[in-house]
Design a protein. Structure first.
Length: 317
């Protein structure tokens, strides 16, 4: 049995690569020592563990696949659960933030030493990514299996030290109205039929309606965030290519607004926070991989296959 630690900083796409490995390689299991993303309303359940349990059809509970916070975890518990979920598997993919848990001794490097695995480092292509790659190459040294660049281009493979590149895919970087409703505990006032609409742009409606209309016409598949007392802005949004409208301040608009949203199948979501706080919370939502979406999984498999093939070769799988 072999293991690799898929690691990286913040929202770099670790779960995307983990899913790709699971889809492209045979006889794979999954393990995540610490949970970072929690499913709202379900204490102690990691979203990634739930996704991977579904895709790999693992016979373990989410709390065995992902153990909990730093306060819940010990080295012995990690080794015990890892042994259980990896039994009789050719490869176990371990997911970890490169830094998270460092103070308590549970960072990716600690986990690699504890479970005798190699680190597959994922870096998102943005300003400074080559410096980041060089820094971690030196620090991780013999623990590093290779570096994969997310949202890169095929030409990037010519850069020294890269094992693989995952291309940018816009449809995998979007969220839905339903995800906003779930993660913000929003009340759905209208437009239930449109909750799976894709959101590509997030706009705040805090200007005059004349300016807002011009603004809204420039962007498609958008989420508009505005105060519940701005019915002029809401009606303008409902007249353009809008995926959902988030109404702040717990103010319910008039029945005419609700009826128009229902007719247009545009979700109208109500939250208690002010507009600025709501915008911050929506911007922080991480796009979600949906196991039931077979087209999405097929695209992830295709995007990650070249990298998965190289890893299989390196590990003699």
């Amino acid at each position: 049995m072999k293991s690799i630690i898929v690691a990286g900083r913040n929202r770099c796409g670790r779960t995307l690569l983990s899913v790709g490995m699971a889809l492209n390689l045979q006889d794979v299991s999954y393990f995540k020592p610490l949970f970072i993303k929690k499913i709202w309303g379900k204490r102690g359940i990691d979203e990634d563990a739930k996704i991977m349990k579904n895709i790999l059809e693992l016979p373990f509970s989410e709390t065995e696949i992902c153990l909990g916070t730093e306060q819940d975890v010990t080295n012995d518990k990690i080794k015990s659960c890892f042994k259980k979920v990896s039994k009789d598997k050719r490869l176990t993919v371990i997911e970890s933030d490169i830094f998270y848990g460092y103070k308590e001794g549970f960072s990716a490097l600690h986990i690699a030493h504890l479970l005798e695995g190699k680190i597959l480092l994922l870096i998102e292509k943005k300003d400074g990514w080559e410096d980041e790659a060089g820094f971690f190459s030196e620090r991780l040294n013999n623990t590093l299996l290779g570096i994969v660049l997310n949202k890169g281009e095929e030409s990037d493979l010519k850069k020294e030290g890269l094992l693989g590149v995952i291309p940018y895919e816009g449809n995998l970087s979007t969220i839905s109205a339903n995800q906003i409703a779930e993660e913000l505990y929003a009340t759905i006032l209208a437009g239930d039929d449109g909750l799976e609409k894709v959101i590509e742009n997030i706009l705040v409606g805090a200007m005059t309606v004349e300016h807002a209309t011009k603004y809204f016409l420039q962007e498609k598949n958008k989420c508009i965030i505005t105060g519940g007392d701005r019915e002029d802005i809401i009606m303008s949004a409902l007249s353009t290519s809008t995926s959902c409208v988030v109404i702040t301040g717990d103010i319910v608009p008039s029945i005419s607004v609700i009826e128009k949203a229902e007719r247009k199948r545009i979700p109208l979501l109500s939250v208690s926070w002010d507009t600025f706080t709501t915008a911050e919370k929506i911007e922080a939502i991480v796009p979600r991989i949906r196991p039931e979406n077979k087209e999405m999984l097929a695209r992830i498999k295709e995007m990650t296959k070249p990298t998965a093939d190289k890893i299989a070769s390196l590990l003699s799988l």
